[in-house]
Design a protein around this ligand. Structure first.
Ligand SMILES: CC(C)(COP(=O)(O)OP(=O)(O)OC[C@H]1O[C@@H](n2cnc3c(N)ncnc32)[C@H](O)[C@@H]1OP(=O)(O)O)[C@@H](O)C(=O)NCCC(=O)NCCS
Length: 178
C-alpha cells in the first residue's frame, strides 16, 4: 500500500534492528513543544529492546507496520496487536526524528487503524499515552481517540529509582473504527 510519499508494509525479522533504532531515536528526540515529550530526561533515557521488536514481528497476533519513502528509507512505524475479537491495540508509533511534524505520524496511525480493521475485523482501537504528555494526548483526541477513564501504572522498576512525578501513569484511549 502506498500514500504518494509513503509506502507501507508489514515488517519482517530483518527490519527488527533498524526499527529498534528508529523507535529509540524518535522517543529520545527533543521537541520544543511544551509537554509533547513529557519528561525530557525520562524520554532521553528511553531504550528499546530489539528482542521485543522481534517478538512482536514473529507473534501471529501482532505486527509492526513500516512506512518508508521511495528509496526504502524508514520514515515511521507502528506496532499493532489483536487484543480480542473486538479490539486491536496500537503502540510504538514512531516517526524518524528528522521528519517530525510533517504529517507522517497521522498517516501511520491511520494506516494502523485500517490494517487492524481489515486484518482482524476489529471495531475498536486502543492505545495509551504517558499522563505527562498533555499535547500528545490532545493530538490523539484530534485523531478521534477518547479517554476511557482507565489509567495504567507506569513501570517504575524500569527507571532505576529515578524520582517520578506523583500520579505518573498511562492514560488509556480508544477509537471506534467501524
Ligand atoms: C508522536 C509522533 C509519532 C507524531 O508524528 P509526527 O509525524 O510528528 O505527527 P504529525 O506531523 O502527524 O502531527 C504533529 C502535530 O503537531 C502539530 N504541530 C506541528 N508543528 C507545531 C508547532 N510548531 N507547534 C505546535 N504544534 C505543532 C501539527 O499541527 C500536528 O497536529 P495536527 O495534525 O493535529 O494539526 C512523533 O512525534 C514521534 O515519533 N514521537 C516519538 C514517539 C512517541 O512519542 N510516540 C507516541 C507514543 S504514545
Amino acid at each position: 500500500m502506498s500514500d504518494n510519499l509513503l509506502n507501507f508494509r508489514v515488517a519482517t525479522i530483518e527490519d527488527a534492528g533498524p526499527l529498534k533504532e528508529l523507535i529509540q531515536a524518535a522517543f529520545r528526540a527533543e521537541d520544543s513543544r511544551e509537554g509533547w515529550v513529557g519528561l525530557a530526561d525520562l524520554a532521553a533515557g528511553f531504550t528499546m529492546d530489539v528482542n521485543e521488536v522481534k517478538e512482536r514481528i514473529s507473534n501471529p497476533s501482532s505486527e509492526v507496520l513500516v512506512a518508508s519513502d521511495s528509496d526504502n528509507k524508514y520514515l515511521g512505524c507502528v506496532g499493532v496487536s489483536k487484543h480480542d475479537e473486538n479490539m486491536a491495540r496500537v503502540s510504538w508509533l514512531a516517526v524518524d526524528q528528522n521528519s517530525h511534524r510533517g504529517g507522517i505520524g497521522r498517516k501511520v496511525l491511520e494506516h494502523a487503524e485500517e490494517y487492524s480493521r481489515q486484518t482482524w475485523g476489529v471495531k475498536v482501537i486502543g492505545l495509551n499515552a504517558l499522563s505527562a504528555r498533555g499535547p500528545l494526548i490532545e493530538w490523539y483526541g484530534r485523531r478521534g481517540y477518547k479517554k476511557t477513564g482507565e489509567l495504567s501504572p507506569f513501570p517504575v522498576a524500569a527507571v532505576n529509582g529515578r524520582a517520578l512525578p506523583e500520579g505518573l501513569c498511562f492514560v488509556e484511549m480508544e477509537k471506534e473504527v467501524q
